[in-house]
Design a protein around this ligand. Structure first.
Ligand code: NAG
Ligand code: NAG
Ligand code: NAG
Length: 508
C-alpha cells in the first residue's frame, strides 16, 4: 500500500482528438517497467564476475561521473531482487524488462565458461517474476561489456559480432524456455557514440561507423540463431531497442537538414533492418562519402556492406523497439555561432539542435519533455518502413529532485500514453506495449545518482537501499488496472478512497 498525501496541484487536459473516444488501451496492450544490470545490481566483484567497461571507467575516472559515484552497490539488486519483483507485482506490471550482465554470466567474456552463480541469479529472477505472473523481457547488452573486449577495440572490432552471438546463444539456451521477449542490443546509437568515452569507442573517425556495422551484424547473428534454433521450440520474439528522439526542422528551410539528421542517427541503424531494400540509407552513404572525401580519406568512413551482409541484416526483427525521451529541433548554425556537442550531432553539418521551445524542461535538460515527438517519430518509422509492430521499450521522466509527490512525472506519463493512444486510434500504428524507465532510481551513467527516473525512490544513503513508491507508482498502477490514462479520474478515485481513511502519513 502507498501512504502518501497529495494535493490537487496539477491539472491536465486530454487531447481533443481523443475527447470523444474511450481513453482505454486495447486489451492486448501491455505495460512494463525497465532497469539494466549495471545500473541496479551492484555486487560488481562477487563470485567470479569480472569487471565490465563501466566498472573500469567509474573506478579509473570517477571525476567523469557527476557525483563521482559508481555502480559497486547501486540498488543492491543482486541481493535484493525479490524486492524488485515485489515492486513489479505491486504495480501490476505485465512485463519487467531487465538486462543480463555479460561479465556476470560469462566471466571470461567468451563462452569458455558459464558462471554458476551468475546463471543462478538470473534463473532466480526469471522464476520469481513468472511465479507472480510477470513476463520477463531480457536485454542482452545494456552497456556493460566485459572489459576484456574493450582491450580488443570493443564494438569497433568486427569479431565482436561473433563473441556477442556466442553469448546470446548461451542466454537463449539457458533461459529461452521461460523468456519469450529478447532485446539484443540497447541503443546502438549510444553504444557507437565516440563522445561517450566509457564505451570504449574513442577514436572519432572510423570507430563509430565500424561499431555501427558490428552491432548490426551482432544483432543479426543472434537473431538468425534464435530464429533457426530456438524459435521453433519456444516461439519467442527478438529485436533491438533504438534511441528514438524526433529531430524536427526549426523552419521550412531546415526540412532537408532535419531529415538528414534523422537518417544519419536513426536510418543508419533502422534502414538496414526494416527497409525493403536493406543496407545503409542512400543519403547517409552520400553524406559520409562527401565528408570523408573533404577530409582526405581515400574511402568513405562508413564501411560498405556486402550484398550478403545486406541480406543477412535485412528483416532481422520481430518488432521495433523504441526508447523515447525527448526531441530536438534542427537548424543551420548562424555565422560565428558556437556549437555545443550533443548526442546525434554531426559537427561536419555545422548545425544546431536544441530543445523545442514549447517542451517542458525536465532535468537534465537533455530530457526536456516533448510528448508530440513520440507520435512524430512513429509516423516517420511508418512512412519509411511501412506499418511495423512497435514496442516502446523505454520512456521516462528524470528530475534532480527525489520528492515522492512527483506530479511532473505523472503528467509526463499521461501525456506520452496519450500520444500512444493517438498513434493507435488516429494513425493506425501497431503499438503493442509501453515500458516505463525506470522501475526505481538507479545509477544513471554520467549523472550518477543525481538524476532520478524511478517510480520508486531508492535511498542510496541507506545500507538496505530502501525503496519507497512515489505517487507516480500509484498512478501507473491505476493506468495498468483501469487501462485508462485519465489522471483527473484517478485523482477523484484517490480522494474517495482517502475520505474513508484515517489520516495518512504526510511525506511532503
Ligand atoms: C569488492 O569491492 C568492494 C568495493 O566496492 C571492496 O570493498 C571489496 O573489498 C571488494 N571485494 C573483493 C572480494 O575484492
Ligand atoms: C554531397 O556532395 C554533392 C556534391 O557537392 C552535393 O550535391 C550533395 O548535396 C552532397 N550530399 C550530402 C548528403 O551532403
Ligand atoms: C511546438 O513548437 C513547434 C515549433 O515551433 C511547433 O511545430 C509545434 O506544433 C509545437 N507543438 C505544440 C504541441 O504546441
Amino acid at each position: 500500500m502507498l501512504v502518501v498525501s497529495y494535493v490537487l496541484c496539477f491539472s491536465s487536459f486530454l487531447h481533443p482528438l481523443l475527447a470523444n473516444k474511450e481513453l482505454h488501451f486495447p486489451i492486448w496492450f501491455k505495460f512494463g517497467a525497465a532497469t539494466s544490470s549495471y545500473q541496479i545490481e551492484g555486487s560488481w566483484n562477487v563470485s567470479d564476475k569480472t569487471p565490465s567497461i563501466w566498472d573500469h571507467y567509474t573506478h579509473t575516472q570517477p571525476y567523469r561521473i557527476k557525483d563521482h559515484s559508481n555502480g559497486d552497490v547501486a540498488c543492491d539488486s543482486y541481493n535484493q531482487y525479490e524486492k524488485d519483483i515485489e515492486m513489479a507485482e505491486q504495480l501490476g506490471l505485465d512485463f519487467y524488462r531487465f538486462s543480463i550482465s555479460w561479465p556476470r554470466l560469462l566471466p571470461e567474456g567468451y563462452r569458455t565458461r558459464i558462471s554458476s552463480d551468475g546463471r543462478q541469479y538470473y534463473d532466480n529472477l526469471i522464476n520469481g517474476l513468472l511465479d507472480r505472473g510477470i513476463e520477463p523481457m531480457v536485454t542482452l547488452y545494456h552497456s556493460d561489456m566485459p572489459k576484456i573486449f574493450q582491450d580488443l577495440g570493443g564494438w569497433a572490432n568486427p569479431e565482436m559480432a561473433q563473441w556477442f552471438a556466442d553469448y546470446a546463444d548461451v542466454a537463449f539456451s539457458l533461459y529461452g524456455d521461460r523468456v519469450k521477449l529478447w532485446i539484443t542490443i540497447n541503443e546502438p546509437l549510444v553504444a557507437c557514440d565516440s563522445s561517450l568515452k566509457a564505451l570504449g569507442v574513442v577514436e572519432p573517425f572510423l570507430a563509430p561507423y565500424l561499431c555501427t556495422k558490428t552491432v548490426l551484424m551482432a544483432h543479426a547473428k543472434a537473431y538468425h540463431n534464435y530464429k533457426d534454433n530456438y524459435k521453433p521450440m519456444y516461439q519467442g520474439k527478438v529485436s533491438i531497442a533504438h534511441v528514438a528522439f524526433y529531430f524536427g526542422a526549426e523552419t521550412q528551410d531546415d526540412a532537408e537538414l532535419a531529415e538528414l539528421y534523422r537518417q544519419y542517427n536513426f536510418g543508419r541503424f533502422m534502414h538496414p533492418i526494416y527497409s525493403k531494400s536493406g543496407g545503409w540509407p542512400a543519403t547517409v552513404v552520400e553524406l559520409m562519402k562527401n565528408i570523408s572525401s573533404v577530409e582526405g580519406f581515400p574511402r568513405s568512413r562508413l564501411p560498405p556492406l556486402t550484398k550478403h551482409e545486406v541480406e543477412f541484416i535485412r528483416g532481422t526483427n520481430d518488432f521495433v523497439g523504441l526508447n523515447y525521451y525527448t526531441s530536438r529541433m534542427v537548424r543551420k548554425a548562424k555565422a560565428g555561432e558556437e556549437r555545443q556537442e550533443s548526442l546525434g550531432d554531426l559537427p561536419e553539418l555545422n548545425a544546431i539542435s536544441e530543445p523545442y521551445p514549447n517542451s517542458t524542461a525536465g532535468h537534465p535538460e537533455l530530457y526536456s519533455s516533448y510528448p508530440e515527438g513520440l507520435r512524430a517519430f512513429i509516423a516517420w518509422v511508418t512512412k519509411n518502413y511501412g506499418v511495423q509492430d512497435i514496442l516502446i521499450t523505454e520512456n521516462g521522466y528524470t528530475s534532480y529532485k527525489d520528492d515522492l509527490n512527483d506530479f511532473n512525472r505523472i503528467t509526463f506519463i499521461e501525456k506520452h500514453l496519450e500520444q500512444i493512444l493517438l498513434c493507435i486510434y488516429e494513425d493506425g500504428a501497431r503499438i503493442h506495449g509501453y515500458t516505463y524507465w525506470s522501475l526505481m532510481d538507479n545509477f544513471e551513467w554520467l549523472y550518477g545518482y543525481t538524476a532520478k527516473f524511478g517510480l520508486y525512490d531508492v535511498d542510496f544513503s541507506d545500507e538496505g537501499r530502501k525503496r519507497t513508491p512515489r505517487l507516480s507508482a500509484q498512478y501507473y498502477s491505476y493506468v495498468i488496472k483501469s487501462r485508462s490514462i485519465d489522471s483527473n479520474k484517478w485523482k477523484s478515485q484517490m480522494e474517495d478512497t482517502n475520505d474513508n481513511k484515517k489520516p495518512i502519513d504526510d511525506v511532503a
